[in-house]
Unconditional design. Structure first.
Length: 168
């Protein structure tokens, strides 16, 4: 069930007056409906990691302004990695974006960019679902990338970061 009470009850209470609240509402509903549709109809297409779930919902909603925020963050030296390999307990990465201690809102932009990168470079949405299925099978993102795309996680990560910088 999706409940929207008023324009201020979504998108952190902000919307662009040039777009209007109904434009923002459409994106918000599409985002939330994507989660609902995946959970109810396509759940056998892989249990999605945090970034996959939110990035896919942002991608489906056409939240293209996300790239601006990710680029702005990269230019200012802020980056949220796919995997945080420095810490074994308090992961600060996209795979655990719901537990980020800072930059949670920004993580949606990075997640969206990673979904867009994957779709554009690895076989469209079929490639995205292939990665999701491999992650579901292995429970190891590095193995999932290798099994889905035949490249190492390090190469995938490097290509994503280069792609993101080129978009900026």
């Amino acid at each position: 069930m999706i409940e929207i009470y008023a324009p201020s009850s979504f998108a952190y209470g902000y919307y662009n007056p040039d777009v209007g609240w109904d434009g923002e509402l459409q994106k918000t509903l599409t985002h939330e409906y994507t989660h609902m549709a995946h959970a109810r109809v396509f759940n056998n297409a892989g249990r999605l990691s945090d970034w996959m779930s939110e990035g896919l919902a942002e991608y489906a909603a056409g939240a293209d302004e996300n790239l601006y925020w990710a680029c702005d963050a990269v230019r200012s030296g802020t980056f949220i990695p796919i995997l945080d390999e420095r810490d074994t307990i308090y992961k600060q990465d996209l795979m655990h974006m719901y537990s980020l201690e800072r930059d949670f809102a920004l993580s949606y932009s990075f997640a969206h960019s990673l979904v867009t990168f994957t779709v554009e470079n690895y076989g469209g949405l079929d490639g995205f679902w292939k990665l999701a299925n491999k992650l579901d099978e292995t429970s190891d993102f590095k193995k999932a990338v290798e099994n889905a795309f035949g490249i190492s996680y390090e190469e995938y990560n490097q290509k994503w970061q280069e792609w993101l910088k080129q978009q900026c």
